[in-house]
Design a binder for this molecule. Structure first.
Ligand code: SAM
Length: 219
């Protein structure tokens, strides 16, 4: 039986030592989209919630230095679903009945994946997979929301896999003098109404400004 609930808590446990610019854009996108869906967003495990409050301009209520391990103990942990690329079961709309909280790893998307989600798995959270392709954290949150709030099955969601993102590489006033560069993103994205991968506001500009670094240094 599909869920009739109208809100959940979406938690990203920040597992990296720093908070990079690309990550800030992803977290802001998850915060905004959770709010728009009437759900709660929490970024946990921060080194300094005050610093991140300044960097992200998010309300303090969305940020905590507490770890998800300390926030959900004993029986409360059973209501938390870890989105885990190595889980045996895929997330389905019925999971909206089983869980109140959806938990994501705030970590580097690496290719091939290094399984850092395992740091959360070992804490004993029940896991669900979002299919076999690696997603960015904001995409994983977007897809989980579509499944549990819109009651859509994973296979009914349109995706773009491993897109090449194109942008002008030079700020020449003559457009024809601007060569187009492209960068390959080794992830699965939700396909937007315009047919393009849905990405956080500002991500394309960030990719363009960092094109010379190579995508895996950036992500
Ligand atoms: N390479 C990472 C690893 O080593 O685990 C995956 C990082 S992914 C960029 C960030 C988070 O998005 C994961 O911790 C997980 O919560 C979620 N995620 C991404 N793709 C997923 C998938 N196919 N199934 C379930 N969760 C996924």
């Amino acid at each position: 039986m599909a869920s009739n609930r109208k809100y959940y808590t979406f938690i990203v446990e920040h597992l990296d030592p720093e908070l990079e610019e690309w990550q800030a854009l992803e977290y802001k996108a998850i915060a905004q989209e959770s709010k728009d869906a009437g759900s709660i967003f929490l970024l946990s495990g921060l080194h300094s919630a005050k610093d991140v409050e300044r960097q992200l301009s998010l309300p303090a209520a969305n940020l905590t230095e507490a770890s998800v391990e300390s926030l959900y103990r004993d029986s409360a942990r059973q209501r938390v679903c870890l989105l885990d690329p190595k889980a045996e079961k895929d997330l389905s709309p019925d999971d909206g009945e089983l869980f109140d909280v959806f938990l994501f790893g705030g970590i580097l998307g690496d290719d091939p994946p290094r399984d850092r989600t395992g740091e959360l798995r070992k804490l004993g959270f029940e896991g669900r997979r979002l299919g076999s392709e690696q997603m960015t954290t904001d995409t994983a949150a977007r897809v989980a929301r579509i499944v549990v709030l819109d009651n859509k099955r994973l296979e009914g969601i349109p995706y773009v896999d491993r897109p090449d993102i194109e942008f002008s590489s030079a700020a020449d006033p003559e457009p024809e003098a601007n060569p187009t560069e492209s960068v390959s993103m080794p992830f699965r994205y939700v396909k937007g109404d315009d047919g393009k991968p849905v990405m956080p506001t500002g991500m394309i500009e960030l990719l363009a400004s960092d094109a010379d670094k190579g995508i895996l240094d950036l992500l």
